[in-house]
Write a protein that binds this ligand. Structure first.
Ligand SMILES: *[C@@H]1O[C@H](CO)[C@@H](O)[C@H](O)[C@H]1NC(C)=O
Ligand SMILES: *[C@@H]1O[C@H](CO)[C@@H](O)[C@H](O)[C@H]1NC(C)=O
Ligand SMILES: *[C@@H]1O[C@H](CO)[C@@H](O)[C@H](O)[C@H]1NC(C)=O
Length: 623
């Protein structure tokens, strides 16, 4: 649930007028911006091709404020169809994969009652060949049951759950969420595939589901039998598992113990990054970002096909990260506005428009005077979402009348804010994308101010300190997946030393790949510049790099009635989600408070989302 945004995605809207050079492209959502032409790297098709999405978190309408990611799920339906037609016309195959976290994080999912009824209808129209569950499908009983009762049947024969069981909603019997694995043969090439669908070793699920550790699952008989099948040309491991991870390493090693030579294609996610991992010369893993920003593409050539053994040959693996916009889609299919859309795709776009309209997601609550960033500016900064929260929203709004004039400090995890806030209209959609969670506030009385400062220090130790201290607990990481991934894989590079003492991350790496651009007249815009195990040429669109600033795990705001100085003791107010983390940190700060017993609700029936919305309505009125 703690999943903070990185502003990774964003183009400056202010520069739009001089870069739009593809006027006829119409994104399917009426309020989406037109995509922008940019130099593109080609897709290299092979015998077997894949399209992959992951961590879409409800963003099936695409990004309505960012041209680079403005295609919607209907456009993707058309794209997958046209790509399949193209592959099959060449005697090749194409498979479509989704690796979970389809839910939570966008009004199209979160704002319906019950949640997800519109999303589920939209999603099912994509032809997906292998689909798996993420961790977000399992946080709440309602969510996992909806998965079991709707999504699994909608994708019958495609949904795989190698290590997830669910307590059956009617019989309470523990049953597999979906089949453990499947074997199938591709249509054109006759490639024999054994496919699995995993979730990483997740422990934060509600108790109606059981996630068995990957390392234990691969010792089970069914898995051992599946990897001993000799009639296999490719193992396909889809999962909500990071591309570089101990879980995938364990699966790789287990398969290699039995099948030293069979190619393996992994698809993964969870970290919200573009990533490609090489396990050996015949085993690779692709991760395809987040929030419908990226359509991952891989191809494999040189596979054996059924009876025609090519054991001696060495397969060639390729990968691309496609920016999710119509300009890229037209380019890669060689089609245009007329020839690209399929009837099914157009229907799905129409369904999205109708759903957004029914949910009133375009309803305007206010007008944002200037863009506020989560991680594209340092913290503190006048353009930081967190500075805005700390200095404006919380002091203006967080007040429980029953506490009178008692001074207080509020602590919030930065992961509670999921996305940047763009200059312009602040809609019903905006509130759900920045704050989709239903967390309310709690507080404890009479906490010495200096102890609060110690607690903050512990909470902000980078990045997994608390989890290491409390091994075996169910404490979720405070930093968002992007932050954890960045800390784990990317070298820190100070690119703008003069700005602040905080480190600046440039995940691009220092060298751009040689540009094999198709059109030289296009502008190079800021965006993803991915560096992975295959080099720096993975992104389909050639971008200039974007810098990111590290933000603390948590921020605090002093809400004192008396501005004359620091109070001795305060009400310590916090967002419910971080209660276990606070309890841990308090131990280290020698604060003798039982957060589970001694805390009370602050501002009953008020969530962070409610506060934000009320503040925006009051302070950001449209002219
Ligand atoms: C679960 O869904 C039902 C039916 O929509 C709803 O009444 C209930 O409040 C939901 N429970 C939770 C915990 O969200
Ligand atoms: C699951 O958790 C609920 C509390 O949320 C509890 O009432 C129930 O007994 C638990 N069930 C099991 C099987 O542990
Ligand atoms: C698209 O929608 C129209 C109108 O509802 C319907 O008649 C048609 O069958 C749909 N086409 C597809 C491919 O679903």
């Amino acid at each position: 649930m703690t999943c903070s945004p990185r502003g990774l995605s964003t183009l400056f809207l202010a520069v739009l007028p001089w870069i739009v050079s593809f006027p006829s492209a119409l994104a399917a959502q009426p309020s989406a911006p037109a995509p922008i032409s940019a130099p593109l790297r080609a897709l290299e098709f092979g015998q077997l091709n894949f399209l992959h999405t992951t961590d879409t978190h409800g963003w099936l309408a695409g990004h309505l404020e960012e041209p680079s990611y403005s295609a919607d799920w209907g456009d993707y339906v058309s794209f997958a169809t046209r790509m399949r037609e193209k592959a099959e016309a060449q005697g090749q195959d194409l498979l479509v994969i989704d690796t979970g976290d389809r839910v939570e994080g966008n009004g199209l999912y979160d704002s319906s009652e019950p949640k997800g009824i519109f999303l589920s209808e939209i999603l099912r129209h994509q032809h997906i060949d292998v689909i798996t569950s993420g961790n977000h499908e399992l946080y709440k009983q309602n969510t996992s049951e909806a998965e079991f009762l709707s999504t699994v049947p909608n994708f019958r024969g495609k949904y795989l759950a190698s290590n997830i069981d669910i307590s059956h909603p009617e019989t309470n019997e523990l049953v597999p969420l979906a089949p453990r694995f499947k074997k199938f043969t591709t249509k054109k090439q006759g490639i024999r595939i054994v496919a699995f669908g995993f979730l990483f070793d997740f422990t934060g699920n509600y108790n109606n589901t059981v996630v068995q550790p990957v390392e234990k699952t691969i010792k089970e008989d069914w898995f051992q039998e599946a990897i001993r099948d000799k009639e296999v040309d490719l193992f396909l491991v889809a999962g909500h598992v990071p591309a570089h991870s101990p879980e995938y390493w364990a699966i790789f090693e287990e398969i290699r113990r039995i099948r030293w030579d069979t190619p393996i294609q992994f698809f993964g996610g969870h970290e919200h990054i573009r990533d490609y991992a090489k396990y050996d010369s015949k085993a690779f893993a692709l991760a395809s970002g987040r929030f419908m920003e990226t359509i991952g593409f891989t191809s494999i050539d040189g596979l054996s096909t059924g009876d025609q053994s090519s054991a001696a040959s060495s397969p060639v693996f390729k990968r691309r990260y496609i920016d999710n916009n119509l300009y890229s889609f037209y380019h890669h299919t060689g089609l245009d506005e007329e020839s690209f859309p399929t009837e099914n795709g157009l229907n799905v776009s129409q369904l999205i428009t109708e759903s957004r309209s029914a949910l009133r997601l375009d309803h305007v609550h206010g007008c944002v005077p200037r863009t506020l960033w989560t991680s594209r500016v340092p913290y503190p900064n006048p353009n930081s979402v967190f500075t805005w929260l700390q200095t404006r929203v919380l002091p203006d709004s967080l007040k429980d009348e029953s506490r009178g004039e008692v001074p207080s400090v509020a602590i919030l995890n930065t992961g509670a804010m999921r996305f940047d806030i763009f200059k312009g209209e602040f809609t019903q959609d905006t509130i759900w994308t920045i704050s989709p969670f239903t967390n309310s506030f709690r507080y404890v009385k009479d906490v010495p101010y200096e102890k609060v400062q110690l607690i903050m220090e512990v909470l902000n130790k980078q990045p997994k300190v608390l989890e290491t201290l409390e091994s075996g607990s169910k404490l979720s990481p405070l930093p968002c997946p992007e932050n954890l991934a960045r800390a784990a894989y990317f070298t820190t590079e100070v690119v703008e030393e003069d700005l602040e003492t905080q480190p600046v991350y440039n995940i691009a790496g220092s060298h751009q790949a040689p540009l094999s651009v198709d059109r030289l007249d296009e502008k190079i815009l800021p965006g993803y510049t991915t560096k992975d195990d295959a080099g720096t040429d993975g992104d389909d669109t050639v971008h200039s790099p974007i810098s990111f600033y590290e933000v603390p795990n948590c921020i605090q705001a002093l809400l004192s009635a008396d501005k004359s100085g620091v109070p001795e003791t305060v009400d310590l107010i916090y967002i419910e989600f971080i209660q276990p983390h606070l309890a841990m940190a308090a131990k280290f700060a020698s604060l003798d408070v039982d957060f589970f017993k001694d805390s009370e609700v602050y501002m009953p029936s008020t969530t962070l989302t409610d506060l934000l919305l009320a503040w925006v309505k009051k302070h950001w009125k449209c002219e």
